[in-house]
Design a protein around this ligand. Structure first.
Ligand SMILES: [Zn+2]
Length: 177
């Protein structure tokens, strides 16, 4: 049972086209990921369908693991880049690992990958899994919700002065040769 493989799916995994029903592993995510998927119809549909079929388990991680992840993200300098969904995904992976799972975080997000490495949690990108999509990232203010073009060099919200976060927004198939 200790070697049972579990996949922990972040927002970018769903936006990038990952479908929990396409794999034999147990799949996990967190409530905040569903919130981040609100604007993305197909990924959101996959999320809710997988929950209803029992394939995807949505768990709120315990506070001690949230604290662990926050500390690690500060140590690697990525604390400002992680959304609360990102922190919860990492915390859930740490919690599952403690419970004897062999979890792998599926994410396209370099900051999540950095912190996962720091916490010795395994991760894989969609490309590793043979899914070839390109994600686009959008910067937004977590306090007032204002959105920004990522090509603008801005890190603080013009409206309210809060530090900006970023999230994956859409995908397109990468042309095959
Ligand atoms: Zn703002």
């Amino acid at each position: 049972m200790g070697e049972r493989r579990s996949l922990v799916l972040d927002t970018s995994a769903f936006i990038g086209g990952f479908d929990p029903s396409s794999v034999s592993e147990e799949t996990y995510s967190v409530p905040e990921v569903e919130k981040e998927l609100l604007e993305s119809f197909i990924p959101k549909l996959r999320f809710t369908t997988s929950v209803e079929s029992g394939k995807l388990k949505v768990i709120e991680p315990q506070q001690q693991y949230i604290n662990l992840v926050k500390k690690a993200s500060e140590e690697v300098g990525d604390a400002n880049l992680l959304s609360s969904a990102d922190i919860s995904i990492l915390a859930l992976a740490a919690q599952l690992k403690d419970k004897g799972h062999n979890p792998i975080i599926i994410t396209e997000d370099y900051s999540i990958q950095n912190v996962a490495e720091r916490l010795k949690l395994k991760f894989a990108s969609l490309t590793n899994l043979g899914i070839r999509y390109q994600l686009f990232w959008k910067q937004y203010c977590p306090a007032c919700g204002k959105e920004y073009q990522t090509d603008r060099e801005i890190t603080i919200c013009e409206n309210c002065g809060t530090e900006l976060k970023r999230k994956p927004v859409k995908r397109k198939p990468i042309k095959r040769d």
